[in-house]
Design a protein around this ligand. Structure first.
Ligand code: ARG
Length: 607
């Protein structure tokens, strides 16, 4: 952020000297690199406000900008029609950034902006007794990436898995279990052999039957009421279901390399819900309505049901209890909910109610609404009984990665069985995760194996491959890469010979850079900015696109310019060029690694 901030400040100072005021100065990276490194439309915005020619306003701003202050940062400023101001960073600045990136190694882009601030990130949250759905996969992948991003920015982040382990659906399952298998208390132990698939089938069967016989829901509700009232049999059956489900979820989390700080399921709030009801009563926010307790919130027609007419609690009540508890426990600055867009109304109701109850402000909440996955056949749903088994998908991804690895006979021959399996896992799971993250969380995804495994396109395998390629160049260069700094020149190394200890070779402004080299230098410094933006806008897709851009630019250099043995007649110059290209390689490798890891994707050394 540093460069952007400096520039921003300088522009604001110039504006105030000119007695102009705007609430926000937008600085962007022009799409077309021939328009410079940053551009602002501030002159256009101002000109419209004051009725002047935007080109003139831009010229005034340019003339007023403190050149001295910007001297080191900026090489030139252009004014272009209809009134944009374009900034070109100086080679000195690129050199500084390169040095910084080398020095920081894999920590480049890290910040302590979030120091002292806490964020609760809730994601995954599957439902007990149902298989882990693909929607929960999205939640897990996006939520985990955001968790990593905020940590990287210095926040204290607490991840919560709000398991759906309470609610009327358990009534349905219990009544179904009672019908099929469990005739008496002794049968409950048999439940430990039941699979999640079977439990889910029971739920599907129940729904199918209840479609024609709605009175079955009364039975289900009665069982849930019993569960809430602490009926021993209901509790035992429920506990067995929870155990079976969690064991299966843990297997998926292990496959996905995801873990949680807390797994407080909805049942955790069982004894915390009466407080919510009390609060609502005390504040006169709850009213009785046909035996139920409801709460109305501004601007939403439907009420929030706190207690059903049979006295059973609701999904909403549990969310309110969770908010009260989390706010008291951690005083977070924000609570993020990575949950499907179809729950929009639910969260709007809950957030508004939480504010009325005085638990938190609306600004504390963010519902990151993800879109659906679509398969060729259309939307999948458990209720309809047609499901795509997530574990099958993950396993198939790993098999596809294995096949790709086998295609490279030379590499495959060099690797041990264990190495191969680690790499296939990283590539297969990485492909699934990246494909998801590449989409804006709000957009729908059309599932495509081809796109996930694009070897020359915007996919995890392509980025992982580029990372491995860069690492391989560095290995061949005799630079040791272990330790905190990415470049530890060994005594014989070229960097040492060039007089640079741990640090980047200076790119002297005079030295002529190849287009491929310059384009990498013009990319690196954006990484810290992108990380910030991806976090603050809850859009990991920004980071994906940045990494793809970086990898493409690196491959251009790799393909067009010899890195280890530059074609340069003068040996001193040759050394300098080699060092520069190696430094560019090291920074690319580090950013790809850090970036992919932030997305929850592993980066094998070899591929
Ligand atoms: N278990 C819910 C479902 O699968 C998602 C939970 C979302 N989180 C929440 N705090 N309500 O639909």
């Amino acid at each position: 952020m540093e460069i952007k901030e400096k520039l921003n400040r300088a522009i604001k100072e110039a504006l105030s000297k000119l007695s102009f005021s705007v609430p926000l100065v937008e600085l962007e990276h022009p799409q077309d690199p021939s328009h410079g490194d940053y551009a602002t439309n501030v002159a256009l915005v101002l000109a419209q406000k004051i009725g002047k020619d935007p080109m003139e306003v831009a010229q005034d701003i340019k003339n007023t900008l403190e050149y001295e202050q910007l001297n080191e940062l900026i090489a030139k400023i252009d004014i272009v029609r209809p009134g944009f101001i374009n900034f070109w960073l100086s080679k000195d600045e690129f050199s500084r950034q390169l040095t910084e990136a080398i020095k920081m190694g894999e920590g480049y882009g890290k910040s302590d902006d979030g120091k002292g601030k806490t964020i609760v990130a809730e994601y995954s949250s599957p439902n007990i007794a149902k298989r882990f759905g693909i929607g929960h996969l999205r939640s897990t992948i996006i939520g985990h990436a955001l968790y990593n991003l905020y940590k990287f920015l210095g926040y204290e982040v607490i991840s919560e898995n709000h398991l759906g382990d309470w609610g009327t659906q358990f009534g349905a399952i219990i009544s179904e279990i009672k019908k099929s298998k469990i005739k008496n208390q002794n049968d409950i132990s048999k439940l430990k052999n039941v699979t999640l698939g079977e439990l889910e089938e029971m739920y599907v069967r129940f729904n199918r039957e209840a479609h024609n016989k709605p009175e079955l829901w009364d039975e289900a509700r009665a069982w849930f009421k019993k569960l809430e009232d602490g009926d021993r049999e209901a509790r035992e059956i429920w506990k067995a279901c929870v155990k079976v489900s969690i064991a299966e979820f843990e297997r998926i989390y292990a496959l996905l390399d995801v873990s949680f700080d807390n797994m407080h399921g909805e049942s955790f709030y069982e004894d915390k819900m009466s407080e919510v009801i009390e609060d609502a009563k005390k504040k006169k926010l709850a009213v009785e309505d046909e035996g139920a307790f409801i709460m109305r919130v501004p601007n939403i027609k439907v009420p929030l049901i706190l207690l059903k007419s049979d006295g059973a609690t609701t999904y909403e009540t549990r969310d309110l209890a969770a908010i009260k508890w989390r706010m008291r426990e951690w005083q977070p600055e924000k609570i993020l909910y990575e949950v499907g867009a179809e729950q929009d109304l639910h969260f709007r109701l809950v957030f508004a109610a939480a504010e009325l109850l005085g638990y938190a402000r609306l600004t504390h909440f963010v519902h990151i609404k993800h879109g659906l996955y679509r398969f060729a056949e259309g939307k999948m749903s458990t209720r309809a009984g047609r499901t795509v088994n997530l574990e099958d998908i993950l396993q198939e991804a790993v098999v596809r990665a294995e096949k790709i690895l086998e295609q490279s006979k030379t590499l495959s021959a060099k690797l041990s069985k264990k190495e191969k399996s680690t790499i296939s896992h990283a590539v297969g799971i990485g492909a699934v995760k990246y494909f998801d993250l590449l989409h804006h969380p709000g957009s729908e995804i059309v599932f495509s194996w081809e796109k996930m495994f694009l070897l020359t396109g915007n996919s995890a395998p392509y980025l992982q491959y580029t990372h491995a390629r860069a690492r391989s160049v560095l290995r061949k260069s005799s630079l040791t890469l272990a330790g905190p700094a990415p470049l530890h020149p060994t005594p014989t190394s070229s960097l040492d010979a060039a007089g640079a200890r741990v640090g980047a070779p200076r790119v002297s402004p005079a030295s002529h850079l190849a287009a491929e080299e310059l384009s990498l230098l013009r990319t690196f410094y954006k990484f810290p900015e992108v990380v910030q933006e991806a976090a603050s806008q809850y859009t990991p897709n920004l980071l994906c696109n940045f990494l793809y851009d970086l990898a493409s630019k690196y491959n251009l250099m790799y393909n067009n310019l010899p890195i280890l043995e530059p074609e340069e007649a003068i040996s001193e110059k040759r050394e300098e060029i080699r060092n520069l290209r190696l430094a560019l390689t090291a920074v690319t490798a580090n950013i790809l690694k850090t970036g992919l890891n932030l997305l929850g994707i592993q980066t094998p050394e070899r591929m």
